[in-house]
Write a protein that binds this ligand. Structure first.
Ligand code: ATP
Length: 361
């Protein structure tokens, strides 16, 4: 178990700031998921924590000990961590037991201690009895479990997982996610899990860090990210959110009065008087006969037992919103909607035109 502290961590490749002044702390025993679009710097951040990359600036502490920064650089093998990669990285010519023993080779254990660690770690991942198989005699899911067992056998204080489920089918991903949760709860080891799949991140993590262009936009519990996004990027990226331009009239006690389509609404959030964003999730709008928000149906799809509808707000800059209806709507049907959720942010990024094509799907 180890806490993890990063301070102003920076790493560039030529002109690209892959990791740009990232700072955060997660407590010992946390399950941290690093989430973000392709190229946002997740893998580079994980490799910096592992010691596979050296930072240009900033520092990393694992378990209260500096492993990178002004005080020096601790190599990967001396950081007390385990790593599981998307590619499994198993030796094809070695048996399962041989692969796990290879990971233990520098630990100074006796042959009997090694055998006990191998048996323990295989039983932890549900592969007891497969120790003499070779990787080609295993399924993809079993290979990933061997990679996990190899890391767990070293009893790491911190386990780093780099897109470990990317090569598995949807069913196995679900099974392995449940396995990660179970092992995390049983071992209390701090996990750092890189993924671009937000459902995976939300399903397993106690803390989720959302990255964008090398920067950490927000680190919070999954529910906080969803309900109280700190930035417009998080509001749009997590949960298929939309941001609608509004005027903030005033704010007090954790809520803002906003003007939308000439109607005044009170919505949770924190933003100064002036231009703001109303952040909406598909469940935040619902039809109501005298609802104050007027919109027109653009598209609809039958999904998970209900109609997922995109609608254009009647006023307010051609803004698309999403909602769920129990019945099939007509194209162009007029809808009166009421707000059942939402979150207000100040309008940084006024340059982002609030037109449908500029809003990520
Ligand atoms: N060794 C390298 N040399 C040059 N540029 C690199 C190197 N490694 C990463 N980059 C660049 O740094 C940025 C961040 O890359 P990184 O792999 O960390 O992103 P990521 O969020 O993990 O992406 P993905 O989800 O696609 O794996 C990208 O612009 C990438 O092209």
């Amino acid at each position: 178990m180890a806490r993890l502290d990063l301070q102003s961590l920076t790493r560039s490749f030529g002109p690209t700031r892959a990791v740009d002044a990232v700072s955060f702390s997660v407590p010992s025993g946390a399950f941290l998921a690093l989430l973000g679009p392709s190229g946002c710097g997740k893998t580079t951040l994980l490799r910096l924590i592992a010691g596979l990359e050296q930072p240009d600036g900033g520092r990393i502490d694992i378990g209260g000990h500096q492993v990178a920064g002004p005080g020096g650089f601790v190599p990967p093998e001396a950081r007390g961590l385990g790593m599981v990669f998307q590619s499994y990285a198993l030796w094809p010519h070695m048996t399962v037991a041989g692969n796990i023993r290879f990971g233990l080779r520098l630990r100074g254990l006796s042959r009997a201690q090694e055998a006990a660690r191998i048996a323990d770690s295989l039983s932890m991942v549900g592969l007891a009895g497969l120790d003499q198989r070779r990787p080609h005699e295993l399924s993809g899911g079993q290979r990933q479990r061997v990679a996990l067992a190899r890391s767990l056998a070293t009893r790491p204080a911190l386990l780093l997982l780099d897109e470990p489920l990317a090569n598995l089918d949807a069913h196995l991903r679900g099974v392995m996610l449940a396995e990660f949760r179970r092992l995390h709860a049983a071992l209390g080891t701090t996990f750092v899990f890189v993924t671009h799949d937000q459902d995976e991140a939300m399903a397993v993590a106690s803390h989720v860090g959302v990255m964008n262009a090398g920067r950490l936009e927000q680190l919070a519990a999954p529910e906080t990210l969803y309900r109280q996004p700190a930035t417009p990027m998080v509001a749009r990226f997590v949960g298929g959110g939309r941001t609608v331009p509004v005027d903030v009239l005033d704010a007090s006690g954790g809520a803002c009065r906003i003007s939308l389509q000439g109607r005044v609404l009170t919505v949770p959030g924190a933003a100064p008087r002036g231009p703001g964003w109303l952040c909406l999730r598909p469940r935040d709008l619902s039809p109501a006969p005298d609802g104050p928000i007027l919109a027109r149906v653009v598209d609809s799809q039958f999904r998970a037992g209900a109609w997922a509808v995109s609608a254009l707000l009647d006023a307010g800059g051609e803004t698309l919103v999403d909602l769920t209806l129990p019945h099939a709507p007509q194209r162009e049907e007029a809808l009166a909607l009421r707000l059942t959720g939402g979150w207000v942010l100040p309008r940084d990024g006024l340059a982002i035109a609030p037109r449908p094509e500029s809003i990520p799907a």
